[in-house]
Design a protein around this ligand. Structure first.
Ligand code: CP3
Length: 342
């Protein structure tokens, strides 16, 4: 299927674009009242994720309502631990919670490498349906968590400020840590390849807890596994978003991927110098700027666009949009990008 709007793919590939493409991390779900309406009809978040028809509906909502240049499939990074044998729950206003966690080598041996056709067919079905419904309007993005971020949930069992339990595992059971990271990596490669086969036009790897690690820890426990995934995915462009990983930007620049996501702590010019001229950059407006008045949002968005320049940039926030941001403010951000010309 030919895409009618392929700006994002062309930008990812470093090609010339008429204007900068724009989408938002966490655009599906967090902010739209239309999402809450669909969700309230379902039992809960996980039921929604596992219902391809409804997942498809909420994936397309931001394309219709906000006018973004890409859809991202409605799912979660935590479907991987579940597919490997650790089911999760989403506790209202608290977040993810795992009944069982990984404590030792024995627990790791009991986990399986995810077989997407078997364990994650609901996501693949949602992708197939969404591709059909989108009918080529915009590209569809697939995604997965980076192995370190998934590992940290599998050890901790929930979110954490420090992830010290997960890091403790490095020092008390280093071999087991690598064994688990390897198993997650293989599952993730299978999963992303299946998403691509189902129709994903680009895939993004979210390393949400990258910033918790030191540079050496990052180079030992995160980067090699992301690198392995990037090397394995040759079918579509890959984006790596390592939140808070300002300290390894040169290393990120050497990954076999097309796009590097920047958070708002990362200076654009400095990032470009460290990452190099070749890659596309994605980001990086502070999501909190969307709490400001319209004039400020326009001014800050234009400043951001100017700092990245006319090519090799995909406009986005520096992290997911916050749940209490007014959709009209989000539209202001999107329209400012779409109207901007260099
Ligand atoms: O980007 C999108 O809109 C697509 C869907 C998507 C969700 N989660 C849906 C979701 C994506 C890409 C994710 C990724 C995700 N999930 C990450 C990485 C991105 C990031 O923000 O750093 C992480 C760390 C998670 C784990 C997770 N899932 C947490 C911590 C929570 C609870 C708090 C929160 O973020 O809302 C979730 C739940 C979740 N995932 C919701 C949605 C729409 C809210 C569920 C609800 O409706 O109650």
């Amino acid at each position: 299927m030919e895409l009618k709007n392929d700006l994002l793919l062309r930008a990812a590939n470093g090609e010339k674009v008429e204007r900068t493409p724009v989408w938002l991390m966490r655009q599906a779900g967090r902010i739209l009242p239309e999402y809450r309406e669909v969700r309230s009809k379902m039992g809960g978040f996980i039921e929604l994720v596992k219902s391809p028809e409804f997942a498809c509906e909420v994936t397309i909502q931001p394309v219709d309502i906000l006018g973004v240049d890409a859809a991202i499939i409605f799912s979660d990074i935590l479907v991987i631990p579940e597919a490997m044998g650790l089911p999760y729950q989403m506790v209202e206003s608290k977040g993810p919670w795992f009944e069982n966690t990984v404590k030792n080598v024995h627990d790791i041996e009991n986990l399986r490498v995810a077989d997407p056709k078997e364990d994650l067919n609901y996501v693949l079905e949602a992708i197939r349906l969404t591709k059909k419904e989108l009918n080529g309007r915009v590209p569809l993005l697939g995604f997965a968590g980076a192995p370190w971020t998934i590992f940290s949930y599998m050890i901790e069992g929930h979110g954490s400020k420090t992830f010290s339990k997960a890091k403790k595992f490095f020092y008390t059971q280093p071999q087991a840590a690598h064994q688990l990271l390897e198993k997650i990596t293989l599952s993730t490669i299978n999963y992303l390849k299946a998403q691509i086969l189902a129709g994903a036009d680009l895939v993004q790897i979210f390393d949400s807890w990258a910033g918790i690690l030191s540079p050496d820890q990052y180079r030992e426990f995160s980067l090699p596994y992301i690198s392995k995934i990037c090397d394995a995915i040759t079918e579509v462009p890959v984006t790596v978003f390592a939140k808070g990983a300002y300290f390894v930007r040169e290393d990120l620049g050497k990954l076999n991927c097309r796009t590097i996501g920047l958070d708002w702590n990362m200076d654009v010019r400095e990032s470009r110098n460290l990452i190099g001229a070749e890659k596309t950059l994605q980001g990086n407006l502070d999501p909190c700027i969307l709490y400001a008045d319209y004039k400020t949002i326009e001014k800050e968005t234009k400043k951001m666009l100017a700092s990245f320049g006319p090519s090799k940039h995909i406009a986005n926030l520096g992290h997911g949009v916050y749940p209490d941001i007014d959709p009209d403010k989000v539209k202001c951000f999107i329209n400012t990008v779409k109207e901007y010309r260099f």
